[in-house]
Ligand binder design. Structure first.
Ligand code: ZN
Length: 405
């Protein structure tokens, strides 16, 4: 296939779309949401079984890869001989429900209200799993001539980093996709990449003393207050100006603070954690350095205090962006165009399993139903229309990439 002008035969497209059964899509997603595959502990056996049974019945070749017994990953293959290998990835583990009293509808009820399916994981990420599985069924059932291989890869472990899920699959030598589409909530827009991240720890060190004699000590918490204000006044506005056409601006969140040992002791240490999300052009080392410069300047005039700034926790990677003219981006765009959907390219603010495939050099984009702002919250929901639309778009992108002449 050529990069700039993907071909989509309208008759074949209609044939594939005619094999999507909306009732089947809804029933599949409801059944999947009713399986509480909460991570931690991340036992996804029943959820993977649900996908395996459906794809196996449709003639897909089944392989299950597991680093741990309760964390299986599914590779369901539709093999059409020589040609490109297209892999669709999405995860079935879900985050905990939180306080169940905060939910209007039961988190594992998959109840339908006003055209929405409610439940933990309805959007993140079982709607994407459903769209991929159902699109794969439509391609297989339609009988349109295909070449190459479609792999439906449903994984565990995404919500805790993916080492036993997508990373395991991406690192496997038996899976060598030419194209990867990761299903996450992009509201069915073509998402060409994701932000980078760099966790950063800032620690102010002072000197302990009796709380009644504060002049004998150096107060690390009060020093940290100066650091925080300096970051807010000097650095955060600058980050808001670092914009990019596909992404929200560069961002920082002071996500944790710790300091002090007792009510009557001058604290000798205070630590904050900063969750920095970075746009193309920024580097993990660079963003730690600029926090350090601001923090050191804020602390310098204060006697008895010093500050240390270091990378910590999660992150250490640059933003990822797929080239706009890549065959994968163009195929997904052509599917959206054919269906009359939004063709504005976008980027993902959160991390996705896509980074594991990108790390191995596989061309990767993100596409799926649902709104990321609803994820990980009470009353998570996904619109049934969105799930059906995503199923159609996946099926057509598959047809464009795998359709035989
Ligand atoms: Zn997700």
């Amino acid at each position: 296939m050529t990069g700039s002008t993907p071909r989509l035969d309208p008759q074949r497209a209609e044939r594939v779309l005619a094999h999507i059964d909306p009732d089947e899509v809804v029933a599949f997603l409801q059944a999947l949401v009713r399986i509480p595959s909460v991570n931690p502990p991340g036992d996804v056996r029943a959820a993977i079984d649900h996908c395996r049974a459906t794809l196996s019945a449709a003639g897909f070749g089944i392989e299950v890869v597991a680093a741990e017994e309760d964390k299986p990953n599914l590779l369901a293959r539709l093999d059409a001989g020589a040609g490109p290998v297209l892999l669709w990835n999405a995860h079935v583990d879900v985050v905990p429900t939180g306080e169940e009293s905060a939910w209007t509808y039961p988190p594992f009820g998959a109840e339908i209200h006003d055209g929405r399916i409610y439940g933990r994981g309805a959007g993140d990420d079982k709607a994407s799993v459903t769209a991929q599985v159902m699109a794969a069924l439509a391609l297989a059932r339609s009988g349109v001539p295909l070449r190459g291989t479609l792999i439906v890869n449903v994984v565990a472990d995404e919500e805790v980093g993916g080492a036993k899920g997508a990373q395991l699959i991406a690192n496997s030598d038996t899976v060598r996709p030419d194209f990867v589409i990761v299903g996450e909530q992009t509201r069915n827009r073509v998402c060409v990449g994701e932000k980078g991240a760099q966790g950063t720890r800032v620690t102010v060190y002072g000197r302990a003393a009796h709380g009644a004699l504060p002049w004998e000590g150096a107060n690390a918490i009060e020093g940290m207050a100066r650091v925080i204000v300096a970051l807010q006044e000097q650095l955060w506005p600058e980050l808001a100006r670092r914009t990019h056409p596909y992404f929200h601006p560069s961002s920082a969140c002071i996500s944790m603070i710790e300091g002090g040992v007792k009510t009557n002791v001058v604290p000798d240490r205070c630590t904050i954690h900063i969750d920095r999300r970075i746009v193309p052009g920024e580097t993990p080392a660079g963003v730690v350095d600029e926090i350090r410069r601001v923090a050191e300047a804020a602390i310098a005039p204060l006697p008895g205090l010093r500050v240390e700034v270091e990378p910590a926790g999660w992150g250490g990677r640059e933003a990822i962006v797929a080239p706009e003219d890549s065959p994968l981006v163009q195929a997904m765009l052509a599917a959206n165009r054919h269906l009359g959907f939004d063709t504005t390219l976008t980027g993902f603010s959160m991390a996705t399993d896509g980074r594991h495939f990108v790390a191995r050099g596989y061309p990767t984009i993100i596409y799926g139903p649902g709104d990321p702002a609803l994820a990980h919250k009470p009353d998570e929901w996904v619109g049934i229309d969105e799930v059906l639309d995503a199923t159609r778009a996946y099926a057509l992108a598959g047809l464009i990439i795998l359709g035989a002449a």
